[in-house]
Design a binder for this molecule. Structure first.
Ligand SMILES: Nc1ncnc2c1ncn2[C@@H]1O[C@H](COP(=O)(O)OP(=O)(O)O)[C@@H](O)[C@H]1O
Ligand SMILES: [Mg+2]
Length: 240
């Protein structure tokens, strides 16, 4: 089978008709597995579709919707120059507007539990990303290792709150110095504040966008990875 180029995959996921083939049973909201056809119509591209209409209301995330937060997290990963989040877009589907994300074929044999506690630089990048997006739900199951051993992060529906709520299984860098490269990545993000703000305001509140830039500035000035603040459970439950 011909390998599809990333741009055409993205275009199909953003525009082609979605057909649903199943529901993910371990999902807390309505998360549907489906496919779109490639532009030539010859290949099926797997996706996950999370319709806004299927979201359960959350007391701790009353504003907006989870799907928009997933898309915002994808955009932030791109703006940071990271490729953590699989392509994600907000679009219409069989159950209305929702987040549609490229499905990653995972390596079932890979031991993510042991891996998640190592100092692998890809995990470190995700730990920094989570500090930026204020992720409240970085479980081991929200890390995906694909069959070519690229690491991804998923399920960012409960992130980007304006109050600090970082909850993660990746605390191995807490209190450690950011590298000059990491600080430069964060500086570049700040330098692009205007275009980033313009696109995020379609997805999260103005207060949350401001809080995002405050977090990034504080990371740069503190120069270290965050530490648990003692007020908020630091590890998601269940952690897997
Ligand atoms: N893009 C993806 N590629 C592969 N598997 C995925 C993807 N997104 C979700 N999954 C799988 O589906 C499960 C449920 O998705 P998740 O995003 O965690 O939904 P929920 O918001 O309902 O918790 C995940 O734990 C993971 O196993
Ligand atoms: Mg989940």
């Amino acid at each position: 089978m011909l390998e599809l180029d990333p741009l055409s995959i993205v275009k199909s996921i953003a525009t082609a008709e979605i057909s649903i083939s199943g529901r993910l049973v371990d999902a807390s909201n309505a998360s549907l597995f489906g496919t779109v056809f490639s532009q030539t119509g010859e290949q099926e591209i797997p996706i996950i579709y999370k319709p806004i209409a299927g979201e359960r209301p959350l007391w701790d995330f009353p504003d907006g919707n989870l799907a928009s937060r997933e898309v915002a997290a994808y955009q932030i990963s791109k703006y940071l120059g990271f490729n953590i989040v699989p392509f994600t877009t907000l679009r219409d589907g069989p159950y209305g507007m929702g987040a549609v994300q490229q499905w990653i074929e995972i390596d079932e044999a890979f031991d993510l539990i042991s891996f998640s506690q190592t100092d692998d630089p890809r995990l470190r990048e995700i730990a920094l990303f989570d500090a930026v997006i204020n992720n409240t739900d970085r479980k081991i199951g929200h890390l995906l290792m694909d069959t070519e051993h690229n690491l991804f992060g998923i399920d960012h529906g409960v992130s980007l709150h304006s109050e600090n709520k970082l909850r993660t299984v990746l605390w191995q860098w807490r209190g450690l110095q950011l590298t000059e490269i990491e600080k430069a990545q964060l500086q570049r993000f700040i330098a692009e504040r205007e275009p980033i703000t313009a696109s995020l305001l379609n997805l999260i509140t103005a207060l949350e966008v401001d809080a995002l830039f405050v977090r990034v500035s504080s990371l740069i000035s503190a120069g270290i990875f965050p530490e648990p603040n003692g007020e908020w459970p630091a590890i998601p439950w269940p952690p897997i």
